[in-house]
Write a protein that binds this ligand. Structure first.
Ligand code: AMP
Ligand code: GLY
Length: 424
C-alpha cells in the first residue's frame, strides 16, 4: 500500500512509527512531517490547506490511502475532497467532524439522542448568556463553540469568573470560534479518554487513556495541549467501557448516520466518570496528542489494516490486540510554554529507541544539520512497563538522557494511577 500521512506532531510520529512496521506498507509519505517522522517516511512539503494540491500529489504518486492526523484539515473538508477524488481516507467528513468543530452541535446531538452529558444552553450574545449563568450559579463551564486549540474552555468556580469568560469570548479572545458560546453544567468526577474506531456502522473499541492538561506538577497552572498521558486509565473499568459504548458511542454513531453524516474515523470521547456513570465532556474526531503515543506503544496488532478497514467500511472484519502492559508518555516542552517561548534552541542529544521506550518528535526541525526545537511541545518520551509506575520509571530514565537546555517537563505524569497502584 502507498500511504500518505498528514500532520507534523508527536501524534503523527507515533502513527508513522507504527504504520512503518506494517508488512502491507510499500511507500510512505508524510506532509509536512518532522525530523522524527523522516526516519519512517519521505517528508513532502505540501500545503495541506490546498486540498487540490494534496489530491494532485496523491494521483501523481499513486497513493492509495491517506491518514489524516489533526482536526483542522478534517473540519476544513480535506477528507471529503480526497474521497471525492477516489482515495481511501482515514478521517471523517467535514459534516461528521462538526462533532469536534462545534461544541454546540455535539451538545444538540447529545440532547436529541439521549446521550448523558452536562445540561447546557447555546448563546450568540453576552446578555442572555450572563442571565443564564446568574440563574444557574457556579461552578459552571463556559466554552467557545469552535476550534480554539484546547484553550476555549473556562471551568468557572465563581459567577464573576464565568461572566468574565463570556466577555472574553464575545470580545474575540478566541476569534470566530467564540462567536457562539455553550454554557454547560459543571460535572464532578474523574476524567478519562476513550478511543474507538468507527466506519459508520461498526465500532472497534481501542483503548482508554488519561491526559495531564495543566502545565505544572500536581495539576497546577494554565491548561496546555497535554503534558503527558498514560494508558490504560484505571477508572475505565470493564463496566464503564461497556456503558460508554452503549450509552454514548453507539447512539452517536447511529445518530450521525440518521442525520446523513455517518462518522468514519476515530471517536476520541472526553469523559467525566461521575457518580451516575460516564458522561460526555466533548468529542474529538482524531487521535489525541499525546494520548496517541501511548496507544501506539500498547497496540500489538498491525495498525495499517485497522485504519484501512475504518476507511473502507470493513471494520467488522478486523480485530485489535493489545499489550497488557501500561504505557506512559512525558512531554518535553520549551521553557515558557504554554506562554511565549524561545524558538530554534538546539537539542544536543536524543537517546535511541530502547527496550519498551521511544522518543517521539513533535515540534522539532533540522536547521543546517542541527536538530532544534521549534514548537511549544517538542518531544514525547514514551515507555511501556508492567504497570503505570514501571512505565513512568522507564520514561523518566529515558527522558533524563535527553540533552536539551531549553526543555522542561512535569515530573509527576501518571500520579493518579500510581497512587491507586500503591493502594492496591
Ligand atoms: P475540553 O476542551 O472540552 O476538553 O475542556 C477542557 C477541560 O475542561 C476538560 O478536560 C475538563 O477538565 C474541563 N471541562 C470541560 N467541560 C467540563 C464540565 N462540563 N465539567 C467539568 N469540567 C469540564
Ligand atoms: N491531548 C488532548 C487532545 O489531543 O485534544
Amino acid at each position: 500500500m502507498k500511504v500518505l500521512l498528514i500532520g507534523s506532531g508527536g501524534r503523527e510520529h507515533a502513527l508513522a512509527w507504527k504504520i512503518a512496521q506494517s508488512p502491507l506498507l510499500e511507500t510512505f509519505y508524510a506532509a509536512p512531517g518532522n525530523p522524527g517522522i523522516a526516519d519512517h517516511a519521505e517528508c513532502v512539503d505540501l500545503d495541506v490547506d490546498d486540498h487540490g494540491a494534496v489530491l494532485a500529489f496523491c494521483k501523481d504518486k499513486a497513493v492509495d490511502f491517506v491518514v489524516v492526523g489533526p482536526e483542522a484539515p478534517l473540519v476544513a473538508g480535506l477528507a471529503d475532497h480526497l474521497r471525492d477524488g477516489g482515495l481511501a481516507v482515514f478521517g471523517p467528513s467535514a459534516a461528521a467532524a462538526r462533532l469536534e468543530g462545534s461544541k454546540g452541535f455535539t451538545k444538540d446531538i447529545c440532547a436529541r439522542f439521549s446521550i448523558p452529558t452536562g445540561a447546557y444552553k447555546r448563546f450568540t450574545e453576552a446578555q442572555a448568556a450572563k442571565a443564564y449563568i446568574q440563574q444557574q450559579g457556579a461552578p459552571i463551564v463556559i466554552k467557545a463553540d469552535g476550534l480554539a486549540a484546547g484553550k476555549g474552555v473556562t471551568v468557572a468556580m465563581t459567577i464573576e469568573e464565568a461572566l468574565g469568560a463570556i466577555d472574553d469570548c464575545f470580545d474575540g479572545a478566541f476569534g470566530a470560534a467564540g462567536a457562539e458560546v455553550v454554557v454547560e453544567a459543571f460535572l464532578d468526577g474523574e476524567e478519562a479518554s476513550f478511543f474507538c474506531l468507527c466506519d459508520g456502522k461498526t465500532l472497534l473499541p481501542l483503548a482508554t487513556a488519561q491526559d495531564h492538561k495543566r502545565v505544572g506538577d500536581g495539576d497546577t497552572g494554565p491548561n496546555t495541549g497535554g503534558m503527558g498521558a498514560y494508558s490504560p486509565a484505571p477508572v475505565m473499568n470493564a463496566e464503564m467501557v461497556e456503558r460508554t459504548l452503549k450509552e454514548i458511542i453507539e447512539p452517536t454513531m447511529r445518530g450521525m448516520a440518521e442525520l446523513g453524516a455517518p462518522f468514519s474515523g476515530v471517536f476520541f470521547a472526553g469523559l467525566m466518570i461521575t457518580e451516575r456513570g460516564p458522561e460526555l465532556i466533548e468529542y474529538n474526531v482524531r487521535f489525541g496528542d499525546p494520548e496517541c503515543q501511548v496507544l501506539m506503544m500498547r497496540l500489538k496488532s498491525d495498525l495499517l489494516p485497522l485504519l484501512y478497514a475504518t476507511a473502507t467500511s470493513t471494520l467488522d472484519q478486523v480485530t485489535a490486540e493489545w499489550h497488557d502492559d501500561a504505557a506512559l508518555t512525558v512531554v518535553l516542552a520549551s521553557k515558557g510554554y504554554p506562554g511565549s517561548y524561545e524558538k530554534n534552541t538546539p537539542i544536543a542529544h536524543i537517546p535511541t529507541e530502547s527496550e519498551g521506550g521511544k522518543v517521539f518528535h513533535a515540534g522539532t526541525a533540522l536547521r543546517d544539520g542541527q536538530l532544534v526545537a521549534t514548537g511549544g511541545r517538542v518531544l514525547n518520551v514514551t515507555a511501556r512497563g508492567k504497570d503505570v509506575g514501571a512505565a513512568q520509571q522507564r520514561a523518566y530514565r529515558l527522558l533524563d538522557d535527553v540533552q536539551w537546555d531549553n526543555g522542561f517537563c512535569r515530573r509527576d505524569i501518571g500520579w493518579r494511577a500510581i497512587d491507586r497502584e500503591k493502594n492496591m
